[in-house]
Design a protein around this ligand. Structure first.
Ligand code: SF4
Length: 460
């Protein structure tokens, strides 16, 4: 068993028994569930919209090389400096180079899962560069020294009382502040950081091939400030975020808003086309876009799993997953949690270390049912399990146990040996973990074939 697997089991065991955690998550997810149907009403045929979005992403991913080249060519026309990063280390090195060139000591950052994936804040901190999260949820998490809990709502596991207490502890405010007052405190602190920052870093929800543009979706306006106020703007984004045309946003923007937060449209939707141009009065003087691979081409090369690159990170599959709702986002120990995280992490990292996530699923199919772009998530989890077996990513003990089980199940004589009591005694000795939260396995006194024979003998 890998270290990651042991940690996952330990953390999820604790969280699953934490009733207060479950209460907060159920409350927040119930609010999400209440508004999603309203967002869906804007589509005359929501199923068709999802199908169409899936087809657009299919085309984008099947022609990824050409789409990325088109993006490179078109973005360069308006002065974007494009960098390609094969690994997290390469991307971090590129960001550090830019920071050194700009003599940068403070960065303002908007919410980006890719920056979490490459552990950017930690890296910048080690290099004496302060990186400040400006999305309120991310700001709360950064104050608390925690990673995001959810890919859309980073502080979903915290109540407003938890946040008031955190602000009181870290910022010295009153522990009884209301959400509005807490937001104003964050706003005041962050304004100062915007003024100081030499560089703003953002992710991107979509990269648009035909216009060489970057699309950013957010509800707070902090993303716009992060890319427009500092003199230098760095975008870091995974290569799978490509869409072929600006016209595709007509579908993707409302779809992302509906499945992400139940809104018809997110409050701020911005398309960025390079740094400030000669005839423009605002915007950064320089704009860099770092296109990150970091394991995505492994997924691309796998015909089955490739579909997971269609993901628009709406978070709906996390909210629908009974496992996620019980163990929470942090137990996964990964940047991307929930069903989509369980599908992609073993391919982005090592199958051997992360295959256990494929089993963090009841295979109920709810994730597939709610996915904004109709990714067959639960089937991909099964494919991961199969792949782990093909890659021999299992222990000797596991292999032996299944071998013995298979031989017994395929041999009628062996199956008929011993009473139900004896079989129960033997099997229950090997399933100690299973029994921790369950009653003992009880075998019938007679095997199926013995019962069958009895039944037919009596009839004759
Ligand atoms: S897999 Fe589907 S439901 Fe899950 S985050 Fe991605 S787009 Fe949303």
């Amino acid at each position: 068993m890998s270290d990651q697997s042991t940690t996952f089991i330990a953390k999820s065991t604790v969280k699953a028994a934490d009733k207060e955690h479950r209460r907060k998550i159920n409350f927040n997810i119930s609010r999400y569930n209440a508004v999603v149907p309203t967002g869906k009403q804007q589509f005359s045929n929501i199923d068709l919209a999802r199908e169409k979005a899936k087809n657009i992403k299919w085309r984008a991913i099947e022609t990824l090389d050409k789409q990325l080249e088109a993006f490179e060519m078109n973005s360069a026309k308006r002065g974007v400096k494009l960098l390609w990063a094969e690994t997290a280390e390469e991307a971090l090195g590129q960001i550090l180079n830019i920071c050194r060139k700009k003599n940068c000591s403070t960065i303002v950052k908007s919410k980006s899962m890719v920056t979490e994936e490459i552990h950017l804040n930690k890296f910048l901190g080690k290099n004496n560069i302060e990186s400040v999260e400006t999305d309120l949820g991310e700001y709360i998490q950064q104050l608390d020294g925690e990673a995001p809990y959810h890919i859309v709502t980073p502080a979903m596991h915290k109540s407003k009382e938890d946040v008031a207490k955190l602000f009181a502890d870290k910022l010295g405010t009153s522990p009884n502040l209301t959400p509005t007052e807490l937001t104003l405190v964050a706003r005041e602190k962050l304004r100062e950081k915007y003024r100081q920052a030499e560089i703003g870093i953002t992710g991107a929800n979509f990269i648009i091939a035909d216009i060489g543009g970057i699309a950013i979706t957010e509800n707070e306006g902090n993303g716009r400030l992060s890319c427009a106020w500092p003199k230098t703007h760095i975008v870091i984004v995974g290569i799978e975020k490509i869409i072929p045309s600006m016209g595709d946003l007509d579908l993707f923007w409302p779809l992302l808003a509906t499945y992400g937060t139940g809104q018809k449209l997110t409050v701020y939707n911005t398309i960025l086309l390079g740094p400030r141009q000669k005839n423009e009065i605002d915007g950064p003087e320089e704009m860099y876009v770092i296109l990150l691979d970091n394991g995505r081409t492994n997924i691309l090369s796998n015909e089955k799993t490739r579909e997971s690159l269609y993901c628009i990170r709406c978070g709906a599959c996390l909210n629908a997953c009974p496992v996620y709702k019980n163990i929470g986002g942090h137990a996964y120990g990964t940047t991307y949690s929930g069903p989509i995280g369980s599908v992609i992490t073993p391919h982005l990292k090592q199958m051997d270390d992360w295959k256990h996530l494929s089993y963090a699923s009841s295979l109920c199919g709810n994730c597939t049912e709610v996915c904004a772009v109709k990714i067959n998530l639960h089937e991909l989890l099964l494919d991961n399990r199969a792949e782990a077996v093909e890659q021999k990513a299992y222990s000797f003990a596991e292999k032996t146990a299944w071998k013995v089980w298979k031989s017994a199940m395929l041999n009628r004589k062996l199956m008929n040996i011993g009473s139900g009591k004896l079989k129960g005694w033997m099997v229950n000795r090997f399933v100690k973990d299973w029994k921790k939260n369950r009653s003992e396995l009880v075998f019938p006194q007679k095997s199926f074939s013995q019962q069958w024979q009895d039944k037919h003998t009596k009839r004759d």
